[in-house]
Write a protein that binds this ligand. Structure first.
Ligand SMILES: Nc1ncnc2c1ncn2[C@@H]1O[C@H](COP(=O)(O)OP(=O)(O)O)[C@@H](O)[C@H]1O
Ligand SMILES: Cc1ncsc1CCOP(=O)(O)O
Ligand SMILES: [Mg+2]
Length: 271
């Protein structure tokens, strides 16, 4: 059975500590795919919430001292209970505080996955990559080796998103081509993808790499259908239609709308 169908069958509880910009959109997106969102960031409750969840999603979008402490406590509780943890290092590379906090979270916790844009993932891998606040800028660098290095460094699956999504565990790399540029005109689409990956990780067992690739392909496919439906209207209509498509898109249609391919491994023969 596809991971999407498993999410719809299991209806996993996804505990989110997220930012003030995207909380509502993320909760609605999780409901649309068939998961149960739980936004809980209070220090007295985060350990309990994390332990009862199917997955925990830590999002640094509007980070402060309290939310960072809440994320560490929730992540540690999830680790003790065997609950998968997904990190969205929003703005890593944009300010020193965010870069250092992302690295602290990734080093302190056993993560199932990190999902970020190219700038966030490259900066976590120790590489300079321009950013503009929470958005990735242009760079001459190649995101594929940077994502693979980040995956090896933090021992988890890394999803670096953009026009093409890179999904890697540091050994095997899948490239996902889907989506639509309108995704970049609505705030929180990266954050919601991280939450969706959390829902997929909740049902993935050991298959987080494949589950994350399917999540990215499903997400991009829903976006391309929404863009078609909202043609000539703009980002507002797209956002609503996107939630509709996340709810109605069937797993059997993803293959027609998204391309997932294995990155070709270049086996160099040492002279
Ligand atoms: N140029 C693009 N064309 C199609 N899809 C895109 C493009 N840029 C980003 N996306 C998609 O938008 C979503 C959010 O990715 P991204 O913009 O990289 O993250 P963030 O919002 O965290 O900066 C992902 O599903 C990604 O695949
Ligand atoms: C605009 C903004 N500022 C702080 S968090 C946030 C939302 C970022 O969402 P995304 O990374 O999904 O674009
Ligand atoms: Mg983001």
């Amino acid at each position: 059975m596809s991971y999407l169908d498993q999410v719809r069958q299991v209806n996993p509880l996804v505990h989110n500590i997220t930012n003030i910009v995207v909380a509502n959109f993320s909760a609605n997106g999780l409901l649309a795919i068939g998961a149960s969102p739980f936004m809980a960031a209070g220090l007295p409750e985060v350990e309990e919430a994390a332990a009862m969840a199917g997955a925990v999603v830590l999002n640094m979008g509007t980070l402060d001292e309290l939310s960072l402490e809440a994320m560490l406590r929730a992540g540690q509780s999830a680790n003790r209970s065997g609950v998968p943890v997904v990190l969205d290092p929003v703005g890593a590379g944009a300010t020193a505080y965010r870069t250092e906090s992302a690295s602290l979270l990734a080093r302190s916790l056993k993560l199932a996955a990190i999902r970020g844009n190219a700038a966030e993932i490259a900066n976590l891998a120790g590489e300079a990559w321009a950013s503009k606040g929470v958005d990735a800028g242009e760079s001459a660098g190649d995101i594929v080796p940077a994502a693979e290095r980040a995956a090896r460094l933090y021992g988890c699956v890394v999803i670096a998103t953009g026009r093409e999504d890179v999904v890697t565990d540091g050994k095997r790399t899948l490239l996902v081509r889907s989506g639509h540029p309108l995704l970049t005109r609505v705030t929180g689409t990266g954050c919601l993808l991280s939450a969706v990956i959390g829902a997929f990780a909740a049902v993935a067992g050991g298959g987080v790499l494949e589950a994350a690739a399917e999540a990215a392909a499903f997400y991009g496919s829903a976006a391309s259908l929404a863009a078609e439906a909202a043609a000539d209207l703009g980002p507002g209509s797209f956002q609503i239609e996107f939630l509709n498509r996340l709810s109605t898109l069937q797993s059997g249609s993803i293959g027609e709308l998204a391309l997932i391919r294995e990155r070709e491994q270049v086996n160099r023969v040492t002279p």
